[in-house]
Design a protein around this ligand. Sequence first.
Ligand SMILES: [Zn+2]
Ligand SMILES: [Zn+2]
Length: 275
Amino acid sequence: MTYTEAVLAQTAQRHRQVKIQLLPSTFDEQGRASQEQRLTCYLIDDCVALDAGSIALSLSDDQRNTVRDIIVTHPHMDHIATLPIFVDDLFGFLESPIRIHATEEVIDLLERDVFNWTVYPRFSELRNDHGRVMEYVPFRTGVEFQVAHLNVTAVNVNHIVPTVGMTVTDGKTTVAFSSDTAETEEFWKLVNKTAQIDALLIEASFPNAMAELAEASRHFTPESLQRELRKLNHNGLDILTVHLKPAYRERVTEELNALGIPKLKIMEPGRTYEW
Ligand SMILES: [Zn+2]
Ligand SMILES: [Zn+2]
C-alpha cells in the first residue's frame, strides 16, 4: 500500500460522510482564515479538489500529499489562480501525475491561456524521474464519470465562459455545486432528477442593487437566487451560498439572511462541513 493509499483508507474509515472544505484564500493577523472568499477551491474528502483557486495556498502538508485529482469548472482566474503553482510545488516529488478533470473546451482554454509556455510551462508535456507530472482527463457533460471514490455528473451552466455545475456523490451522500452561474436550466434538471441531495453549494456574488452587473457577468444576487431556488424540488437540504464578492460581503450577507430561506447559510472558508 502506498502512503497515499494508506491515508485515503484511514480517511474512508474515519469519515463515512462526505467532507467538504472551502479553502481560505486570505488570513488575518493571527493566521486564521479570513471570512472573505477571494478564490474558489473546495477540498472533498481530503483527496479531490473542485476548482483550484487557492489550492497552493491553503492545503496542509498531508492534504498536499493526497490531492491528485482536480476538477476544473471553468478557467476564470479565481478558480485556477494557483493551479500552476500547485503542480510546480510538487513537480520533483510526484510519483503519479496530477489529473485535471475538465471538459475538452476548458482543457483547450487552459492549454491556450495558462499552460502556454508564456504564463507557465506546459506541464502536460513535462516529466520528472517517475513520469508525467500532469495529465488531462476530459469528461462530457451529462455523462457520469468517476474521480477517486466519487461519482460526478456535470452539466453546462449559464456563465460568460464555458462552465459546468455538478453533482458529486460517494454513493451515500450527494452534494450539488452550481459553480458560477446566472439563471440556468440543465443544472436544476440534474439536481431534481437526483433522488437525494444533502447539500447545495450555490453562488450569490453581488448585492441586489448591482443586479445589472450581476446579469452582465452572469452571476446571482440574493433576489435572483431566490427566484432561481423556486426551481429546486428538494426540501430540507442545506443550502450554502458561496462566491460572495469580498467588497460587498456584508451587504450580500444581510440580503441573503433577509430572504428567510430555511437552512440557507453562508459557507465559511476554512470550516469543514460533513454530510
Ligand atoms: Zn467565473
Ligand atoms: Zn468565480
